[in-house]
Ligand binder design. Structure first.
Ligand SMILES: Cc1cc2nc3c(=O)[nH]c(=O)nc-3n(C[C@H](O)[C@H](O)[C@H](O)COP(=O)(O)OP(=O)(O)OC[C@H]3O[C@@H](n4cnc5c(N)ncnc54)[C@H](O)[C@@H]3O)c2cc1C
Length: 396
């Protein structure tokens, strides 16, 4: 016999777990499935060592879902975004510009948290919601839709009827493929290393992006680790260079990262292992199908510049929650309104992140000099500077 639920969420990554908390708090019956049980310890093999900087517009949905009270004690505020150009002959900081959140807001730009910790807190929160049923170890296997409902077969053989299926199952989304929705993908030949470091000088709640070639080297503040100031690092480079760096002996790797960080915050020491992430930009050709909505990386992937990825995913969730009522859940009207409100906004942000990434990848010295000049010019005009900051955090 088929079980009936309001919403089936395919994918228990950070976005799917947040969606389950959101729709659970709104009173809907939710089943959420993921074939890979979440790893909730930072030291466990396979832990997601990336961090997420939640920008200001993501806070209301985290508060409404009840997640923020769990996250706040672990969150590190980001007050200043420091952009450093180190594109000269030697790897040295030649231009340093600070963008201070105080210029546009009484609050910080955002709050940074490790992804493994997000999974731990989100899973614990879902366990307190009687109308949410999280089934780790079970995936979506097949999907059939008709006007009134979606029929989902799970990998354990269970069959469910849902008024709405949310595809939050990542960049290779099973739901998206089952709906026959294509994607447009840009490959940059880049990868990213994600890890954490300690350093002798305090970070002072400054997030620092250092540009030379191959992509940015970004330090994002974390709480102290073993009594020392600590930051998360995302180091983007060409794929072969990332693999060479990953395979270096630990001392040689530490020397290489200190050359690349230009000595900012003193000598960096590794505080975690290294994880490697491919960098692409991708967008789904459609965001919805009958009784189905795609969200997060199932719909859009961007390079990790400016902390846009998961923040756009929480904006998807906010929109779905605003449009859903017990009457409209999963109807064509609701789904069309969702696609209208999200697709263009995400496309525009994706174009902006793509341009920033290409500028950061530049190899040739003259072009790197031009990049440094453009940064100086943008920074020196106060209204432009403030406008860029507001745009970056999604205040407009
Ligand atoms: C290096 C790096 C740094 C980043 N930093 C930031 C940042 O600072 N700020 C920010 O906003 N964003 C950031 N991002 C982006 C952010 O990490 C991603 O947007 C986010 O983690 C993706 O979440 P997701 O839930 O969409 O996808 P995923 O985490 O990929 O989750 C998808 C889930 O679906 C599951 N799944 C797969 N197949 C099935 C199936 N058949 N049935 C059910 N489930 C299935 C998978 O097991 C997986 O758990 C960064 C990205 C990278 C690469």
């Amino acid at each position: 016999m088929r079980e009936s639920v309001d919403i089936l969420i395919s994918g228990g990554g950070v976005a799917g777990l947040a969606a389950a908390a959101g729709f659970g708090a709104a009173g809907y019956s939710v089943v959420i499935v993921d074939p890979a049980p979440p790893i909730t310890e930072g030291t466990a093999l396979g832990a997601d060592l990336r961090t997420t900087a939640f920008l200001q517009p993501s806070l209301p949905v985290l508060r409404d879902t009840g997640l923020w009270t769990r996250l706040e004690p672990h969150a590190m505020p980001l007050q200043v975004m420091r952009i450093v150009d180190a594109g000269g002959a030697e790897p040295e900081a030649r231009i340093v510009h600070d963008f201070n959140a105080a210029d546009v807001s009484e609050q910080p730009f955002g709050w940074n948290l490790p992804n493994w910790l997000l999974r731990r807190e989100f899973v614990a929160h879902l366990a307190s919601l009687p109308n949410v049923d999280f089934r780790p170890g079970t995936g979506t296997k097949a999907l059939f839709t008709r006007e009134s409902e979606a029929l989902v077969t799970l990998s354990d053989g269970a069959q469910l009827r849902a008024r709405l299926v949310i595809g939050a199952d990542g960049r290779n989304s099973k739901v998206r493929k089952a709906l026959g929705i294509g994607v447009s993908t840009t490959r940059y030949g880049q990868k990213a290393l994600a890890f954490a470091v300690t350093h002798p000088e305090p970070h002072g709640n400054v997030s620092t992006e250092i540009h030379r070639s191959g992509g940015p080297f970004t330090l994002v503040p974390l709480p102290d680790h073993q009594g020392k100031p600590c930051s998360a690092v995302i180091w983007m480079e060409t794929g072969p260079e990332i693999e060479r760096l990953r395979d270096l002996p630990p001392e040689a790797f530490t020397d290489a990262m200190n050359t690349r960080s230009c000595g900012l915050y003193g000598r960096l020491e590794l505080a975690t292992t290294l994880t490697v992430w491919p960098i692409i930009s991708q967008i789904a050709e459609r965001w919805t199908g009958q009784r189905c909505a795609l969200m997060a990386e199932a719909a859009h992937v961007v390079p990790p510049i400016g902390a846009q990825g998961l923040n756009m995913s929480l904006a998807d969730l906010t929109t779905l929650l605003e449009l859903a009522t017990p009457e409209t859940l999963g109807t064509p009207e609701m789904l069309q309104a969702y696609e209208r409100r999200r697709a263009l906004e995400v496309k525009l942000r994706q174009v902006g992140v793509d341009a920033l990434n290409r500028a950061s990848m530049l190899e040739s010295r003259p072009l790197r000099d031009l990049r440094a000049g453009a940064l100086n010019a943008l920074y020196s005009v106060a209204p432009v500077r403030r406008g860029l900051m507001q745009l970056g955090i999604g205040m407009r």
